[in-house]
Design a protein around this ligand. Sequence first.
Ligand code: NAP
Length: 263
Amino acid sequence: MNPFPTRPLADKVAIITGASRGIGEAIARCYAGAGAAVVLASRKQPDLDRVAEEIRAAGGEALPVAAHTGDPNAVARLVDTAISSYGGIDILVNNAATNPHFGPILSAEESQWQKILDVNVLGYFRMAKACVPAMQKRGGGKIINMASIAGRSPQPMMGVYCVSKAAVIMLTEVLAVELAGLNIQVNAIAPGFIKTRFSRALWSNPQIHDTVVQHTPQQRMATPDELTGIALYLASEASSFTTGATIVVDGGYTLGSGFGLGA
Ligand SMILES: NC(=O)c1ccc[n+]([C@@H]2O[C@H](COP(=O)([O-])OP(=O)(O)OC[C@H]3O[C@@H](n4cnc5c(N)ncnc54)[C@H](OP(=O)(O)O)[C@@H]3O)[C@@H](O)[C@H]2O)c1
């Protein structure tokens, strides 16, 4: 097997949720460049249209479909549209997430818990459940769940989100075991601090930004493009024996702070 073919996703169909900006957008552009037809999902159609137009202008194939992953009917419509447009599904990237609560966990309202779990956990489950029959028809597939280092160690003021990302990691492991016999590999990516709108509250606050950078051996935050290599690996034939893994991409942040201080 050549692990680095020119177009490793040629003839593949990929659905990417949260593809209108940030990490999802970067992955969608990368997959399109690697030869996949990409189905772009998020709640806002105009933002998706912009990304799809740019992908097409660069020679790629893209279909923008507005869908709230917290809505089972919208998820069903999204998956049906992908299948009727491109004939099947090979790759699912569960990436859309939300975090409406910032504060100590005991200050969170039940409605905030429900919203976070509905999108971040049930949304990933819903998408997987809807896509697996189509993957089975193609003889296999790839599911890539966007977790977070927050799913491995508690991060301040975002406890509910941490719990949801820990659930994503376990969901990944359960699906990996249960779908292995269908030749569907299921893996997660656990990013550290990536500069996107989602994390703006962290990087736009100089005190938080500087603390994070000081505690990161690579001494910086990342851009969304720096997650595309691992996302491409997990979507391609190169990862044929990788399943149930959660791959941390954090510049060394979770290793501890001692090496980041330049001593
Ligand atoms: N940035 C970081 O530092 C970081 C670190 C670790 C993990 N992550 C994870 O990486 C993933 C992407 O985050 P990001 O930083 O790229 O965020 P982002 O730039 O804010 O993008 C979030 C995307 O999700 C979409 N979205 C939000 N709620 C949705 C819903 N209910 N249904 C469908 N789409 C929805 C948004 O579009 P609409 O508004 O149009 O719906 C947008 O496309 C998330 O799972 C996040 O937890 C991020």
